[in-house]
Design a protein around this ligand. Structure first.
Ligand code: ADP
Ligand code: ASP
Ligand code: MG
Length: 416
């Protein structure tokens, strides 16, 4: 008997029919003698619908109220799933984040989990109940409901698994594992049987939305065995077969044998690039430009400063597209005159494409192969950044899918 956490995403919870299937799957695991905690997302489209309603009333919704609203989607899911389980004879109980409680900081819309109380949950599990906990939400120390950022139910699930020292966290979704790239963009993408924790961390941080990055961080920090698998298979398929399906996130590098040097390609459509032209080339300038950006709570990603000519240089960086207008505003109001810069220009239609693989550590020439492939497609590279196991390029958004497909082919990632 083991304690296992199941997470079901929006598509998996998308209709009452699908919720009944989730209940059948959960019951199958419970019947096999396991203690099961389920962490579902809101029904597909629901979180978007709620945020849309808020924006009809207030274009920039108040973050506290937005969390109060957006968190309701998951409350619907847990109650429906509990009913579906009870209908098939399983004792089940649902909880909202604040009832557990899952404590977070107060950063509305992007709160971080600080602690999870396991007392209530353990009591229910010991009494033989299936426990269902809302994904995506928590409560701060003043009792306000918070949410964890889009895709945050993954993080709730892995954090709950870590708190309960679960034997495994199974992330059920609408694909049957982690692929070499998004299978919706490249139909030849191949499922990986294992992916190393480090690679998964890079893929998630570079835009593969199959797992929210913070869930991967939790998995790594607490060594939670985590597997991504399909919720759309027959819920009554054999438990043994299901338990070894999908993609396992591995913590050992030597399990990385099936893949070539590159394991996957990630992309992020929603980038924006900003260049401050004619900046005096002297100490403190990067701080004077990026300090106010950080103070405005805007995340900066890629950064380059060019060679200076006559004591002046250009400083370029990227921000999430949704923060572009705010970042330009901050620079024009607080920075430009202060540092004596020329002008500020930007492009909000750029995307980032990245190749990732731990094999890069022991192979040279990956960057040149990537750049050659892009040049053969006539794609201009605007910025480059690298780490030990990834190379990212910033390109015009209209070439993003072409770039992903060409690189997928060039690095032999296609189905055998
Ligand atoms: P859920 O609602 O279950 O959380 P998400 O939509 O958040 O599901 O994540 C699953 C989706 O992630 C897939 O449908 C797929 O389009 C996308 N995706 C992006 N990159 C990858 C990848 N490398 N492997 C698998 N899926 C990926
Ligand atoms: N329902 C939330 C969202 O749509 C959380 C999640 O699905 O993981 O972002
Ligand atoms: Mg998701």
């Amino acid at each position: 008997m083991a304690l296992i956490v199941h997470k079901y995403g929006g598509t998996s919870m998308g209709s009452t029919e699908r919720i009944k299937n989730v209940a059948k799957r959960v019951a199958k695991w419970h019947d096999a003698g396991h203690q099961i905690v389920v962490v579902p997302s809101a029904m597909s489209g629901e979180t978007n619908r709620l945020i849309g309603l808020a924006k009809e009333i207030m274009p920039q919704p108040d973050p506290r109220e937005l969390d109060m609203l957006a968190s309701t989607g998951e409350q619907v899911s847990v109650a429906l799933l509990s009913m579906a389980l009870q209908t098939i004879g399983k004792e089940a109980v649902s909880y909202a984040g604040w009832q557990v409680p899952i404590k977070t900081d107060s950063a509305y819309t992007k709160a971080r989990i600080q602690s999870i109380d396991d007392v209530r949950v353990r009591k229910d599990l010991e009494a033989g109940k299936v426990v269902i906990i809302t994904g995506f939400q928590g409560v701060d120390d003043r009792g306000n409901i918070t949410t964890l950022g889009r895709g945050g139910s993954d993080t709730s699930a892995v954090a709950v698994a870590a708190a309960l020292k679960a034997a495994e966290c199974l992330i059920y979704t609408d694909v049957d594992g982690v692929y070499t790239t998004d299978p919706r963009v490249v139909s030849e993408a191949r499922r990986l049987k294992t992916v190393t924790f480090e690679e998964m961390l890079e893929l998630a941080s570079l835009g593969s939305k199959v797992l929210q990055i913070r869930s991967v961080e939790f998995a790594g920090n607490y060594k939670v065995p985590t597997r991504v698998l399909s919720s759309l298979t027959d819920p009554l398929m054999s438990l043994e077969e299901e338990a070894s399906s999908g993609t396992l996130i591995s913590f050992e590098e030597d399990t990385h044998m099936e893949q070539a040097v590159i394991s996957g390609i990630a992309f992020n459509r929603d980038e924006a690039k900003i260049t401050v032209l004619g900046v005096p080339d002297k100490p403190g300038i990067a701080f004077q430009i990026l300090g106010p950006i950080a103070d405005a709570n805007i995340e900066v990603d890629m950064i380059i400063q060019n060679q200076s000519v006559d004591g002046k240089t250009d400083f370029t960086f990227t921000v999430p597209r949704g923060e572009y207008v705010k970042a330009m505003d901050v620079l024009n109001k607080n920075v430009k005159e202060h540092i004596g810069a020329g002008s500020i220009i930007g492009d909000s239609k750029v995307s980032k494409v990245s190749v990732v693989g731990v094999g890069m550590r022991s192979h040279v020439g990956i960057a040149s192969q990537m750049f050659r492939t892009l040049s053969e497609e006539g794609i201009n590279i605007q910025m480059i950044s690298t780490s030990e196991i990834k190379i990212s390029v910033l390109i015009d958004e209209k070439y993003m899918e072409l770039a992903v497909r060409a690189l997928h082919k060039a690095f032999d990632l296609e189905k055998a």
